[in-house]
Every structure is written in C-alpha cells, then in structure tokens.
Design a protein around this ligand. Structure first.
Ligand code: G3D
Ligand code: MG
Length: 209
C-alpha cells in the first residue's frame, strides 16, 4: 500500500429500522436498497474516495440493530477507526437507546472518530427529536453531528467526508514518520560509514607519500 493510500474501517450502529442499511446503500451504490430484509449479523460495503490526493478506501460495516446482535456488534468493532451511530429523528426510543450503543464500543482503543447521525429528516412533520437534542448529545459524548435523509440523499456523503478528514489528520499524527534513509541505510549509519572511509583514505595516502 502506497503512503497515499488508506483503508479506513467504520461500523454503522444503532437500533433496527433507523436507516443504517439505506445509508450504506446510498453511500456505496447511490440508491436505496432494492429489497431490504432485516440485516442478519453484519454486512459491509466499500467506496473509494479521493481526499487531497490521498486514495481512501472506506470499508463500512453494517451491523444489525436487533438486541440479540448487540454483543456480536462489539466483536466487529475490532480495528474500527470510526463509529457512525444512527438514530431516527421520528423515533424517540432510537434516540434514548444511543447510550447503550456507545457503552458497547467504549473500550475499543482503535476508534478515533465517532459521528452521530439523525436520519430521516425528510419526515419533518413526524419529528420527535429536535436538532438541538441531537447536537447536545453529540457534544456531550465528543462526537460530530449531522442530520441526514437516506431517502432524499441529503448529507450522506458528508458523513464519510467528515469522518475521513478527521481520521486522516489523526492518523498522520499518530502514525510514526518513516525514518530518514539513503539506499535503505539510516542517515546516521551512512554518515558514519563515510567518515570511516574518509579517515582510512587519509591514513592510506599519508602512509604511501
Ligand atoms: P436499518 O438497516 O437501520 O434496520 P433500513 O434500516 O435501512 O432497513 O431502513 C428502515 C426503513 O426506513 C426502510 O423502510 C427504509 O426505506 C426507511 N428509511 C431509511 N432511511 C430513510 C430516510 O432517510 N427517510 C425515510 N423517509 N425513510 C427511510 P421500509 O418501509 O422498507 O421498512
Ligand atoms: Mg439493516
């Protein structure tokens, strides 16, 4: 993998029916899923995006939101750098359950970015969770926040662009910088070898004068 390539693994979490599979399908295929059966376990999609000349492979895992899958969701969070936590703005319970999802992933050290997504904001007349409530919960938990509509394709790419930007900045900070080298040699060792050779030449020519 070149230094301009990154593979970033994310997981979509949240209650059943909030729109996780729809968001994934819009992001990777630009359309709503044709026929949505309840997601069993997890599924994933990949989309490559260019960010300032860096090729970013976004690998997005879709977890099932039903209670019995909460534990298996935790095992799929290994190596995940970003969490996309989704609720439905027309479903108060899906908002009240957010903390339970955060508790599942609280010990995952690989996570560097979390985003809260209030989906279905095309259904304004049925809204049960205000924009401010979502924003406040996100702020309290150190998360970014967006409202989206998978149905109308509003803000869906924004979720991933926001995450990518933040994660790449973080990765550039936390990944060790490659050591300076010349022909595979560390510069300090290379300079040492040059010095020894130079001294040897000086001694040799003085000796044979
Ligand atoms: P899940 O993967 O979180 O379980 P799904 O959720 O993606 O399966 O979506 C659940 C239902 O919500 C689907 O409807 C889907 O079409 C609908 N949905 C998803 N996103 C939106 C959105 O942004 N706006 C609206 N209005 N509906 C949305 P069905 O009828 O198939 O259950
Ligand atoms: Mg699903």
């Amino acid at each position: 993998m070149s230094k301009n390539e990154y593979t970033l693994k994310y997981i979509l979490l949240g209650d059943s029916k909030v729109g996780k599979t729809s968001l994934l399908s819009i992001f990777t295929n630009n359309k709503m899923p044709d026929r949505e059966l309840p997601t069993i376990g997890v599924d994933f999609g990949i989309k490559q995006l260019d960010l300032n000349g860096k090729l970013v492979k976004n690998q997005v895992w879709d977890s099932a939101g039903r209670d019995q899958f909460r534990e298996s969701a935790a095992s799929y969070c290994k190596g995940v750098v970003g969490i996309i936590l989704v609720y439905d703005i027309t479903n108060l319970e899906s908002f009240q359950n957010l903390q339970k999802w955060l508790d599942i992933v609280k010990n995952e050290s690989s996570i560097v970015c979390k985003i809260l997504v209030g989906n279905k904001n095309d259904l304004e007349k049925d809204r049960k969770v205000t924009f401010e409530q979502g924003k406040k919960f996100a702020k309290k938990n150190g998360m970014k926040f967006l409202e989206t509509s998978a149905k109308e394709n509003t803000n869906v790419n924004e979720i991933f662009l926001t995450m990518m930007k933040e994660i790449i900045v973080m990765k550039e900070i936390i990944e060790p910088k490659p050591k300076l080298n010349f022909l595979g040699l560390n510069y300090v060792i290379f300079a040492g070898i040059c010095l020894i050779l130079a001294i040897t030449f000086v001694i040799y020519f003085n000796f044979h004068k």
